[in-house]
Design a protein around this ligand. Sequence first.
Ligand SMILES: [Zn+2]
Length: 450
Amino acid sequence: MSLTEDEDKLPAAPVKGSPAPRMKRRRHRPLKVANQLPQKRRKEIEKALEEKSSSPKKWARGLGSKPHLFDRKRIKPNSIRKLDFSLLNVEIGESWPIPVTIIHGSRPGPVVTILGAVHGNELVGPLALTYLCGPNFIGEGQDIDPSMMAGTIRIIPIVNIPGYRRQSRKFPDGRDLNRNFPGNDESNTTSRVANRVWESIVQTSDHIIDLHTAAPGRTNMPQIRANLAHPESNRIARSFGIETILDNEGPKGSLRRAANKSGIGCITYEGGGSNEADPESVQVAIYGILNVLRGLRMIPGYPNRPYFRILASGSAWIRSDQGGLLDILAPAGSFVDEGEVVATITDPERPGISHDVLSPNRGLLICTATHPFVTAGTPIGHLLPMKSGIKTLQKRLDDEGCLIISGSDGEPPWREDDDVEDIAIEGEWSGGSPDAEWGHNDISSLEEES
Ligand SMILES: [Zn+2]
């Protein structure tokens, strides 16, 4: 089965239930193993990689860089420019200018564009890219130093700015920008914006990293989605340096699919949920972007490698077979066994009865529901079934059985201790201690000091 970003129409998958009343076991087709691409797909990828060398274009690095042209502006080599790009080409009325940071290196090299909030309510990208545009990453002696850099990096934290301001995935005309590429400059508003982005931003890039999160009501473990048979995408998907890559083309009209068709390397990063700022997903995004830039030899250093890689060509959905309120026991990123209870469902209208939702396979849960309300058939988890590599994966599980994603352990790179401000609050504790006002029994007074 195919995987798509923020997919809403999900394929059916079996769920086993317990305890009473016992649910019927459904027959199901054998599942594709996630960490092993089918032979047919492997051959397709090998053939594609052979046909077009995935090695970078030969940039004449001995020469100086030429100015970078963007939206009729010229950016000098070895410089950083912050400018606005209008989503609509109009003389009067709303043009939706979006901020663009361009770092143009001192030597020739590829153009890499990094996009956030193509869906306006997906905030991990905007956060990661805002940090990446700041002084902790850009400037003399930092990771992104134009004097040490080959090629051009264009950072666009918010693409869908009207959606972002309304906290909405879509454009104000109700359309999804990421289903309208390459767009049409004589069609509806979203399609015009898509076409502007396509002509000025996508077509002028060699590589694109598009940052997303799960749609409302779910959360994603950090993962990459890429068409591995597309050589330039394969290369940057691997150099991102995290464990999980879902191999697929992307939905029709998505930026990634359209870019690939046009010969441009493009990967989607998915981490966390919409309308939230999951710090781990933000951190992994920054880690991966820097790895891609290193892998393309644009900035100094070598990309960090993950401990292992899961290349997934298929998945299974775990669905609720009952209605009610969900309590997720295995969060996104958990490694689960076949038959393991991943969630329980209770119904406030029928107290006293609960149903367990069991995992149909052993594998890695890459997405789980966050909205507790479910009816029969609601997907509550997205699973990569695994038959090999289990021992390797188990070495990288934390105490709760969740995969430790490469780049998520260690200090967040945008926060240095010197930057953390200590704030003093003056006053006194009512009753003499922080918890004194809570209660009057002996236990609470004993526990105050713990
Ligand atoms: Zn999205």
